[in-house]
Design a protein around this ligand. Structure first.
Ligand code: PLP
Length: 428
């Protein structure tokens, strides 16, 4: 007898490639059958077989106030009654733009889009248009959405231009992208020394959440800012994941660094499709209709998505929200580390605000190469043991995880208790 999840996965694969609309959902890296969810409430999810889970994915970050928060749902319902989209301006968009500009000091002007991918793709086009240069710098393991010039891996040498990491991306696109090692200041300096006058922008996850969680060194962040300023390149902080997640302003607030452009997504839509890119007014003025860089979107800033985002941003602006979130996330990490130690499992964990990384290796990694040293097999066994016990973690050893404001102290305590037996099973 197959489960309902199995039946749905079978059926999905007939009409959807791989059965999913975004690849990591397919459980390819951990094996097994993806869960099809029917409902979420607060910190919990329920799947098609009726199993309940404490959720640490939170839709990959957006669910920062928990699933189906009653005030967010009400805001969406009220907006929907008034019409879903007009393809014309609304006051809600201004409120969203004003909120982003007020909360993130580096953002003087902002444009709304419908996904993180659109935000980063547009920010890069803008940086190229503004500087009149073609080359871009990214770091191995950072993910900035699936635009062509970003699906690139390092070339034969660190300072040579890259190769496509996906089918369908012409070499001609990839050849403008330089891929460097995260946290490697020397390489960054060498790169600017060799190519400085060709570099339109550096795009970076200021805390990485797409190769598990990686924290930048102070020197790395400072060097990026200084080199971009010196060489007239645009510094783009991709805060699609970290924005309003690692702290009330995002990573730039934590580090006290002012990027030229910032990309946002995830939390600012509260579960609806909203992205944004914004920053220096002189750069933003280069976009159509003011400037020569084209960018557009039929559903950009639509009232229903914006209503969910605005209400979410209002809820997380409550005094102490991020302090409580950070404390809860740290409690989770500390609990798991202690449980692993008891079981004698080589394991480490860390958190930044409401984001965490779990690593089956000794010590927290600082680069892609170090992340790759973690024990995938052990993670996969741990993942399935936790899933069986009713805890939904990201189905990959190379993704960050998320805690929400709806996760109680008791949720975390229950999770740690389940982890204790899961670690024991990992060793068995
Ligand atoms: C999720 C993510 C994106 C892509 O956003 P989508 O909404 O999935 O297109 C871009 N950059 C970072 C850092 C992300 O975490």
């Amino acid at each position: 007898m197959s489960t309902r999840n199995e039946q749905l996965f079978e059926r999905a694969q007939r009409s959807i490639p791989g059965g999913v609309n975004s690849p990591v959902r397919a459980f390819r890296s951990v094996g097994g059958t993806p869960r099809f969810f029917t409902r979420g409430q607060g910190s919990r999810l329920w799947d098609a077989d009726g199993a309940e889970y404490i959720d640490y994915v939170g839709s990959w970050g957006p669910a920062i106030v928990g699933h189906a928060h009653p005030e967010v749902i009400r805001a969406v319902q009220e907006a929907a009654v008034g019409g879903l989209s007009f393809g014309a301006p609304t006051e809600a968009e201004i409120l969203m733009a004003e909120t982003l500009c007020a909360r993130v000091p580096s953002i003087e002007q902002v444009r709304l889009v419908s996904s993180g991918t659109e935000a980063t793709m547009s920010a890069i086009r803008l940086a190229r248009g503004f500087t009149g240069r073609d080359a871009i710098v990214k770091f191995e393991g950072c993910y900035h959405g699936h635009a062509d010039s970003l699906l690139v891996k390092a070339g034969s040498g660190a300072l040579t231009f890259g190769n496509p990491s996906s089918g369908g991306v012409p070499d001609d696109f990839a050849k403008h992208t330089l891929v460097l090692d995260y946290n490697d200041v020397q390489q960054l300096e060498d790169c600017f020394r060799n190519h400085g006058d060709r570099i339109a922008c550096v795009i970076v996850e200021p805390v990485v959440g797409n190769m598990n969680l990686i924290v930048p060194s102070r020197e790395f962040i400072d060097a990026m800012r200084a080199l971009c300023t010196k060489h007239g390149a645009v510094l783009i902080f991709d805060e699609v994941m970290t924005g309003f997640r690692v702290g009330p302003v995002g990573a730039q607030g934590l580090f006290g660094i002012t990027p030229d452009l910032t990309t946002l997504g995830k939390v600012i839509g509260g579960g609806m499709p909203v992205g944004a890119f914004g920053g220096r007014r002189d750069i933003m003025s280069a976009i159509a209709p003011l400037g020569a860089v084209y960018q557009a979107g039929t559903l950009s800033g639509n009232p229903v998505a914006v209503a969910a985002g605005l209400k979410t941003l209002e809820l997380i602006n409550a005094p102490g929200f991020h302090d409580r979130l950070a404390a809860r996330t740290k409690q989770f990490c500390d609990g798991l580390v202690a449980a692993a130690k008891e079981a004698g499992v080589t394991f480490s964990a860390q958190s930044v605000g409401g984001m965490f990384g779990l690593y089956f290796r000794d010590g927290c990694p600082a680069s892609y190469a170090e992340v790759m040293q973690s024990d995938r097999e052990r993670f996969n066994r741990f993942f399935h043991a936790m899933l069986d016990a009713g805890v939904y973690l990201a189905p990959s050893a190379f993704e960050a995880g998320f805690v929400s404001g709806a996760h109680s102290e008791d949720d975390v305590a229950q999770t740690v208790a389940k982890a204790r037996s899961a670690f024991a099973r990992v060793c068995a």
